[in-house]
Design a protein around this ligand. Structure first.
Ligand code: SDX
Length: 432
């Protein structure tokens, strides 16, 4: 970052002025460095939801919300989704460069050798009801991983951080598949080292001990692309949660668990499940206008799930790629007449012509089509956010590692605008 110039903040009441440097990144908006504001003025800034706040500097992902641009380490998401495997993208996000063949083979081998979980971990599942939401189980099981790896929890050790990263990347798909098997009353399937990362997940998710599982290359490629599209997204709510948890020195498994918990919210990663429920609720194209009206009604808390974004004020580039994937998968499966897909396409067309959505720049986001694809891939609706977490784990790890390696890093400790009671004395209960 360079200090290209500065800005002056003037308090018109006290007529005091405060100079603050302006910092520039490689691309994107400049930032006002307000770190000395409190010391200079005794005041805090106020920004609930962090609409105007850059919480850190980062080199991992860049988003231009107005142009609908998403870059992972400078590479456009469209090229990565088209030309790379998910593990290539994982290597890129973690190391900053795309791997050559030798690097990718070694990275893949290391991941493969960590895909099994400690057999004691299977006992943790037995404590959950079979109908527990998979994200509740994910929080429990991933959080429990730190009880198994006392040998690699030193966050100041690059070796330990790299080993924990491998373990998380390798084991989260196994745990996600176990969540599905447990809720279905089916036996857990062990990973197979001869399969690719995504083939392995499809095997553990859909395979059974009773017969061979036939991989479908179109479906495998579709899931590979879905994981790439979900891999990272700058300082979103769950990534910021991971960074904040990591800033206290918490171990990586606890930090990723915090990210999983935050992602579960319907306004964030839970939206893909909410979109499918919404489409099923709308039911038919004839009902679209009714629900569009409800989405615009301030007295109705109904929102068009899968629409809108804090950063994208143009089409989310991931939504375009997801819609293409949707079409490919449904065609491959002979479901091109899928009612929900047709309903989603019509809902998108109508919404994008409606002045409310146009004025508020509400476009489909990554979650709008992902649920339809995942459903076609045989993933149960309540597992959609777990799949999102499986893709986003690498982004969370990359940001966690970057944060710990950042010399400017401190424990995250925001302040507040206090609006509570002023100091007063306790009175005896007999007089209250
Ligand atoms: C993800 O941050 C990330 O990068 C997240 C993510 C990632 O990869 O990590 O991209 C993944 O979380 C995608 C978003 C998934 N969520 C949904 O699809 C849920 C539906 N969308 C919204 O709830 C909302 O759009 C948010 C949460 C996504 C963004 O909320 P903001 O930025 O706080 O915007 P807002 O809620 O203040 O909305 C601005 C206006 C409001 O109207 P006014 O108060 O200005 O009159 O737009 C309206 C909102 O009422 N609005 C909607 C709407 N989204 C916003 N109205 C109807 N339907 C919607 N979906």
């Amino acid at each position: 970052m360079t200090d290209s110039h500065s800005v002056t903040l003037t308090n018109k009441t006290t007529e005091k002025s405060f100079d603050m440097p302006v910092l520039s990144g490689t691309i994107g908006p400049d930032v006002v460095d307000i770190r000395t504001l409190q010391a200079q003025s005794g005041m805090f800034t106020y920004d609930p939801g962090f609409i105007s706040t850059a919480s850190c500097s980062s080199s991992i992902t860049y988003i231009d919300g107005d142009e609908g641009v998403l870059l992972y380490r400078g590479y456009p998401i469209e090229q990565l989704a088209e030309q790379c495997t998910f593990l290539e993208v994982c290597y890129l996000l973690l190391n900053g460069e795309l791997p050559d063949k030798k690097q990718l083979d070694s990275f893949t081998r290391n991941i493969t050798m960590h895909t099994m979980v400690h057999d004691q971990l299977t006992n943790f599942f037995k404590g959950f009801r079979r109908d527990a939401h998979p994200m509740a189980v994910m929080v429990g099981i991933v959080g429990a991983l730190s009880a198994f790896y006392h040998d690699s929890l030193d966050v100041k050790s690059k070796h330990d951080r790299d080993l924990s990263a491998l373990r998380l990347l390798a084991k989260v798909p196994t745990i996600v598949a176990m969540c599905h098997k447990y809720s279905s009353g089916l036996p857990f399937m062990y990973p197979k080292n001869k399969l690719t990362y995504v083939e392995n997940f499809m095997w553990m998710m859909h395979g059974t001990p009773c017969e061979d599982y036939q991989q479908n290359s179109v479906l495998v490629r579709a899931l590979e692309r879905i994981l790439i599209l979900h891999a990272d997204h700058e300082q979103n709510a769950s990534t910021s949660t991971v960074r904040l948890a990591g800033s206290s020195g918490a171990n990586p498994f606890a930090c990723i668990t915090a990210g999983i918990a935050c992602l579960w919210g319907a306004a964030h990663g839970g939206a893909n499940e909410a979109v499918l429920k919404m489409l099923e609720q709308i039911g038919d194209v004839s009902q679209i206008d009714t629900y569009i009206k409800r989405a615009k009604d301030k007295n109705d808390n109904f929102r068009l799930m899968g629409f809108g974004h804090r950063v994208y004020k143009n089409y989310d580039p991931r939504a375009k790629l997801m819609r293409e994937t949707c079409h490919e998968v449904l065609t491959e499966l002979g479901l091109h007449d899928d009612k929900l897909f047709k309903l989603a396409l019509e809902l998108e067309r109508i919404a994008l012509e409606d002045e409310y959505f146009v004025a508020k720049k509400l476009y489909p986001n990554v979650d709008f089509y992902s649920g339809i694809v995942l459903r076609a891939l045989g993933i149960p609706t309540n597992m959609f956010t777990a799949i999102f977490a499986m893709g986003r784990t690498v982004g969370w790890i990359a940001h966690w590692d970057e944060m710990i390696s950042d010399p400017e890093q401190k424990i995250g400790r925001p302040r507040q605008l206090y609006k509570g009671a002023v100091k007063r004395n306790v009175t005896p209960i007999s007089t209250r």
